[in-house]
Design a protein around this ligand. Structure first.
Ligand code: SF4
Ligand code: SF4
Length: 112
């Protein structure tokens, strides 16, 4: 086949209104989690994002849509500094959100 300099990728489309079990669980433990409007302020101000590819907004989305395997190790880069919580316009408790994501992923790995 002729090489055009790019490859077709598997679709990354997901439906924003579909709620997964990890999404429900996290919402129960950190209710403000559902207030996120994906503005990106947290990622824009993140200390870890300044020095690494860490992107809390992306991980938030992946977690909601059941794609935890992609963020299992990445979340360790968060230093829990809390800057993201300070700038969040919707009052999302982002540090608690990250801690619960880590707990969920740890529990999943322990049962695997
Ligand atoms: S700053 Fe708050 S509302 Fe904006 S993407 Fe981050 S968690 Fe969501
Ligand atoms: S608590 Fe974590 S995600 Fe939030 S700004 Fe600090 S390093 Fe980034």
């Amino acid at each position: 086949m002729k090489a055009f300099g790019f490859n077709l990728q598997k679709t990354r489309t997901f439906f924003i209104d579909t709620r997964t079990e990890p999404d429900r669980t996290l919402s129960r433990k950190v209710p403000s989690f559902r207030q996120c409007m994906f503005c990106g302020s947290c990622a824009g101000t993140c200390s870890a994002n300044s020095h690494t590819p860490f992107n809390i907004l992306r991980y938030n989305l992946l977690f909601r849509h059941g794609m935890q395997e992609e963020i299992a190790d990445a979340l360790d880069a968060c230093m829990l500094c809390g800057k993201c919580s300070i700038v969040c316009p919707r009052g999302v408790n982002t540090r608690a959100m990250i801690m619960e994501m880590r707990n969920e992923l740890q529990a999943t790995n322990d049962h695997a």
